[in-house]
Design a protein around this ligand. Sequence first.
Ligand SMILES: C[S@@+](CC[C@H](N)C(=O)[O-])C[C@H]1O[C@@H](n2cnc3c(N)ncnc32)[C@H](O)[C@@H]1O
Length: 210
Amino acid sequence: MTGPAPWVVAEAGVEPRKHAPATLRNREAIAAVLRDILPAAGLVLEIASGSGEHCAYLATAFPALDWQPSDPDVGGRTSIAAWCHGLANVRPPLDLDAATGDWPIDRSDAILCVNMVHISPWEATLGLLAGAGRLIPKDGPLILYGPYRRDGYPTAPSNEAFDESLKSRDPRWGLRRVEDVVAAALKQGMTLERVVEMPANNLILVFRRS
Ligand SMILES: C[S@@+](CC[C@H](N)C(=O)[O-])C[C@H]1O[C@@H](n2cnc3c(N)ncnc32)[C@H](O)[C@@H]1O
């Protein structure tokens, strides 16, 4: 399925904007890293936009880029639409489940995904990497943000506790090993370019389409 999606309309009398407190804590640090990585112009697809607060912030911080938010959750898409209302460089949010091979978009100059890989089954990450391999042009970036396990680096106690709590909510969730993500990405023609240590024991993984 391709083509533009309609803006999601909020129910009358219901506050459509969700708020994810972590977005306020991590958005500036994420934007600072993106300055070195994103192309000067083009389309950035955001996978798992959630509330839409990152998209609204980043679209304002990077006005020369077009932003395509997405989320499979309709409440998320309603919130994204509300947060991004009036931003000329943000497209209506797409209903996009990364785990499927049927994405409603067929090209993007870059893909950003914040805090989905550990809060979804591994199939969502495999689908995300396959989609990045299909959509991104040569040398285009895929940027993943979140907490990970990493060989040779002790996992912070707070991340161990977070991993436990994620698995108690859904046994298919949990922190992934960077090395497993890198191996799966390679199969889709995505090569790890750099790992950036972020506040609160998070990482940014930057992949490039080879
Ligand atoms: C913890 S929230 C992160 C939202 C936002 N990126 C942020 O940082 O605030 C995880 C998001 O992943 C989305 N998600 C879960 N499974 C997904 C999938 N298979 N494909 C795309 N998004 C998915 C959820 O709907 C949710 O919005």
